[in-house]
Design a protein around this ligand. Structure first.
Ligand code: TXE
Length: 473
């Protein structure tokens, strides 16, 4: 989507998309952007940034952002259907994800006239003002597991402060995001403000290394995230925000509400078929309640097997994995896991067609087990037991990731005592990870760099400028 029009890529190359439900062809016409296409998008974004978009008042930016949010809500079912067809996200979950888009755009539409600067009284004859300028032309690269939401987390704060944007969704779920191009035009965004390109890692790499892009925000694997940061440094040192993977811990104490813990470790863990960076896939349960918890969780996982179905069926809760590559990857982890831990339930393919996996529980993985150390990104949870609070904290923090974490206890003091000691950007007490537009989301350690959502997410799209005035002349 360039200058508010859909255009074919100059590359002439296309990608095909197959349904993860039955491997049927969804489309063979996903355009693959090449350097010429990326260049055209950057030029359009730069012209808009310096031109018409810079003349929009804050109130006018708010107006088009709010209109965009309304249009997204009006077209939620079509957008959700695109996601269900492309990556197999159950239609009800996909519709919920689309709801995040309008919520985030409405939240940031409220910020357009509230990012005030600072003023410092005259000292040593100098009067100082700090103002926040929009960074300029920004780019975003998204993953496939919540494509519309990743678009909103990146584009909404950027346009709210006056930046312009080039967005590339994942080649595994490009269709929903492509709908936003038409809606942005209808909402009143001038040509060049929001540009959407499609393609794979090559197009992403062109964005990360482009000399006239001032900032890039990436959601995806640690491997690709490091490549983006490397390319950003080697090109023009563009600013970088990375939202990467996780292998998040969850601690369950004897005084936890058992039903609440079971719901969160079954239904909420299996949400999106476990394809969530925030999934607490390393569960630690106190030894006093372990046997009962594991027995009941096993029963829940087996019940959820009956919710597996077509992504387009509103009754489906568990859909297929996004594609054959992910399916093979998770199946490999299942086989490896059988030699690294005790298989409690699941452990194989569900059915004979489509990328469906049985909800799986592994118990007591070895400390160096791959299923315990690596992000699997599927409906696969590992469980270990612990005796003391200190041991639980040590186990929880023993990972290269630091995205999310959960604590299940009825003691507020214990919850806060532990929360302070967990190396994670998000700590959830008696609940699962919930994303909210007004609080920062991001990870410690190799789970990322920077934050999205909240004021912190906004500040990544401005540069602070200190103006000093000599009051003696
Ligand atoms: O991610 P990739 P994939 C993890 C999860 C998953 C694994 C692989 O473990 O199994 O990553 O998933 C673009 N320069 N997460 O293959 O490869 C690519 O086109 C610039 C966790 O989907 O990271 C796509 O748009 N861009 C994560 C995006 O990066 C590049 C969600 C993501 O692709 C690039 C997704 C490059 N060198 C996967 N290589 C989360 N945090 O939720 C690829 N891309």
């Amino acid at each position: 989507m360039l200058l508010n029009k859909y255009v074919d890529a100059k590359s002439g190359e296309t990608l095909s998309l197959y349904s993860p439900h039955d491997e049927s062809l969804v489309t063979d016409n996903i355009q693959v952007a090449d350097q010429t296409d990326v260049e055209a998008a950057v030029v359009a974004a730069r012209i808009a940034f310096k031109g018409e978009w810079s003349r929009f008042t804050a109130a006018q930016r708010t107006k088009v952002m709010m209109k965009f949010a309304d249009l997204v809500d009006e077209h939620a079912s079509e957008i959700a259907e695109c996601e269900a067809k492309a990556m197999g996200q159950p239609i009800n979950i996909a519709t919920m994800v689309v709801g995040i888009v309008s919520a985030v755009f409405r939240y940031y539409a409220g910020w357009t006239d509230k990012l005030n600067g600072e003023q410092y009284p005259e000292q040593d004859g100098m009067y100082k003002i700090v103002q926040y300028d929009p960074i300029g032309v920004c780019a975003g690269i998204g993953a496939w597991n919540a494509s519309p939401a990743f678009f909103a987390f990146k584009v909404a704060p950027a346009v709210a402060v006056g930046c312009t944007f080039i967005y590339k969704g994942s080649e595994k779920s490009p269709l929903g995001v492509l709908q936003f191009g038409e809606l942005a035009k209808e909402a009143g965004f001038p040509p060049g403000v929001i540009n959407i390109i499609t393609g794979d890692g090559r197009a992403g790499s062109m964005l990360a290394s482009h000399m006239d892009i001032n900032k890039i925000s990436f959601t995806g694997s640690v491997f690709a995230g490091k490549k983006v940061q490397e390319q950003a440094a080697k090109s023009n040192l563009k600013r970088v925000v990375l939202e990467l993977g996780g292998k998040s811990p969850s601690l369950i104490f004897p005084d936890a509400d058992m039903e609440n813990a079971l719901v969160h470790h079954s239904q909420n863990f299996l949400f999106n078929t476990g394809q969530a960076c925030i999934a607490a896939s390393r569960t630690f349960v106190h030894e006093d309640i372990a046997e009962k918890f594991i027995e009941q969780l096993k029963a829940r996982f087996q019940q959820f097997t009956h919710t597996i179905g077509s992504p387009l069926d509103p009754k489906t809760f568990l859909g297929p994995l996004v594609d054959g590559k992910q399916f093979e990857r998770v199946m490999q982890f299942l086989e490896i896991g059988k030699s690294e831990a005790e298989l409690v339930t699941g452990g194989g393919r569900h059915g004979k067609s489509g990328w469906y996996i049985e909800p799986t529980i592994f118990l007591n993985p070895k400390d160096d087990a791959r299923i315990y150390r690596e992000e699997i990104f599927g409906p696969v949870i590992t469980i270990r037991t612990f005796k003391t609070e200190e041991e639980a904290i040590e186990l929880a923090n023993d990972t290269s990731y630091g995205l999310s974490s959960c604590i299940f206890t009825s003691s507020a003091s214990r919850a806060l005592r532990i929360a302070r000691q967990l190396d994670a950007g998000n700590v959830n007490i008696n609940t699962w990870q919930t994303l909210s537009p007004n609080t920062p989301f991001g990870g410690y350690k190799q789970s990322g760099l920077g934050r999205e959502c909240g004021k912190q997410g906004l500040m990544h799209y401005v540069e602070a400028k200190t103006i000093t005035i000599n009051m003696s002349v």
